[in-house]
Design a protein around this ligand. Sequence first.
Ligand code: AMP
Length: 252
Amino acid sequence: MTTQNRDDRAEWLQGSSVRCEVVTQGDQAPWRLVLLGAPGVGKGTQADLLHQRLGACHLSTGDVFRAAASRRECELSPAMRAATEYMRRGALVPDSTVWEMVRERSGCLRCNGGFILDGFPRTLAQAESLKQLMENEGLTLTAVVNYDLPTSEIVARLSGRRTCEKCRTVFHVTERPPKVEGYCDRCGGGLFQREDDRPESIQVRLEAYDRSTAPLIDFYGSLGLLTSVDASGAPDEICARTLNGLKSRHAI
Ligand code: AMP
């Protein structure tokens, strides 16, 4: 039986007080993937496509912080309020806040539907915490996919990116334009430019990536989990490359 995973993500996006409707039964071992790569390389788009192909849920820490940022100030804990400020500037949220947020949602990591982590881990400390939690739970990562793209292309992708305010589908003004300008093809929601996709924040995010996240390539390389994928070209081509790279690690 294949996994009927609707990528409901309610539990991940809203916290453990909510139950998601993912159906988790399947006779195959679940996919448990981490996607690495600089901001703008297309991890979110690939996570959505991989979810459609592999069934595992797309879990983005950035989506959780963005969902928090759209709530009223008084509903947020002081740590979450501070996190949304870091995000607006393009800086990384402190490890302790990120880990607290992920730990509260660790049910999603244990879920038999599997997961595709997008934007987490982003520092060595986060990677160590994830490794420890998974070891304690008797879980293993299937693979870590690292998406490669030259910096000039990354900047062009980030500055043209537009996101649906309702369903979070990502478009690009020239590379992946919506059928009707300003509106989502999938649900008709309005498209907006993320605050952290403005030029001054892009610079901060790329520096944070080089300093804090790039070392994870060696970390997962030495654990034998790394698969590198060229992230140039159309989303479907990149997805096909990814699936090809993953073939040897799991039955597809
Ligand atoms: P993303 O959508 O993954 O680009 O994340 C948007 C923003 O959320 C980042 O620029 C950070 O401010 C914050 N963020 C998301 N995930 C993490 C993480 N694992 N560690 C630190 N900050 C994060």
